[in-house]
Design a protein around this ligand. Sequence first.
Ligand SMILES: *[C@@H]1O[C@H](CO)[C@@H](O)[C@H](O)[C@H]1NC(C)=O
Ligand SMILES: *[C@@H]1O[C@H](CO)[C@@H](O)[C@H](O)[C@H]1NC(C)=O
Length: 357
Amino acid sequence: MGKLLKITIIGVFLALLGERIVHFIHRINLGREIEPIELPNCQLLDGIEHGSEDIEILPNGLAFISSGLKYPGMFSFAPNRPGEIFLLDLNDKKLRPSSLRISRGFDVSTFSPHGLSIYIDESGDTVYLFVVNHPHISKSTVEIFKFDDDENVLVHLKTIKHASLHSVNDVVAVGPESFYATNDHYFNDFFLRSVGMFLGLRWTNVMYYSPSDVREVATGFYSANGMAMSTDKRFIYVADVSGKTINVFEKHANWSLSPVKVVQMETLLDNLSVDPVTGDIWTAAHPNGFKVFMYNAEDPPGSEVIRVQNIHSDNPVVTTIYANNGSVLQASTCAVIWEGNLLVGTIFHKALHCKLE
Ligand SMILES: *[C@@H]1O[C@H](CO)[C@@H](O)[C@H](O)[C@H]1NC(C)=O
Ligand SMILES: *[C@@H]1O[C@H](CO)[C@@H](O)[C@H](O)[C@H]1NC(C)=O
């Protein structure tokens, strides 16, 4: 090969690499700092010290909080402590979360709960809690529990594993055994996934799962993460964390999804939830993705809570409701609303309750 050709090839390679690095820095908001926005009536929840990755609230004000996620590449204050699900009654002013008992036969020692979703059957009597679990590094299952509210116990019903559910992040339950899940297409290996993320490959998707039908229903996300369903159940919202977008899909009778619109944000959205009364989307986000992956107690990752109103209109209104540099709350993942109560969860840190005006 001629010397000139070699130099040209190396030059092109370096230019491409440089372009990918710039793209990556932009996607993870490296170096971004935030202005604090405070809320008046907030308190940290007692007893939650090792994460509150996802939060789901029942119509009666009982909140489920997943805690103790162990995930490759993610910091943890208690790497050897099994995960748990807390129950918090928002009607009780004391706001005391308690760790829920899980029925015998389920291996709690390897429990690493991630996304949650609630499904209430048509009679309204049975509450199913779907929990994304990572019982081993590089392994994902979806655990289905029934919530027994007399005994305050989660009764384990079923473990769902499937070859095409490699690496699940979040679920939206749409039946007693069926759900949508955000998922990594090809890799459950953290290193390969990180390389994919660095290169900006859109390697994650949304799967539909039922016992008789498993298929991909949406694809092309950098890093599909949180998901939620509109109050009228017609739309599914998917957060692309490193694409910094909310993706709106219409849901069809055969469970397929068709894209409606994409709303670009400035921050790295983690989980989405929908205000049951107004239909607004609430999300917590990572102001700076680099600080989440490279945890430094001296300069911790911060938290941001965002509200998106009128997402279906031509001009959705995006408002930052709360922003903190990590001095109070680190690495927020979800923001959930119930009757003027705001709960904010985090990957590995505490959980915040605020009474909204
Ligand atoms: C995001 O939130 C949804 C719904 O609130 C939950 O089901 C999911 O597990 C969460 N996922 C992550 C990655 O936090
Ligand atoms: C975070 O903000 C607090 C007060 O709001 C300030 O005292 C602290 O120095 C800030 N920390 C960092 C790492 O910037």
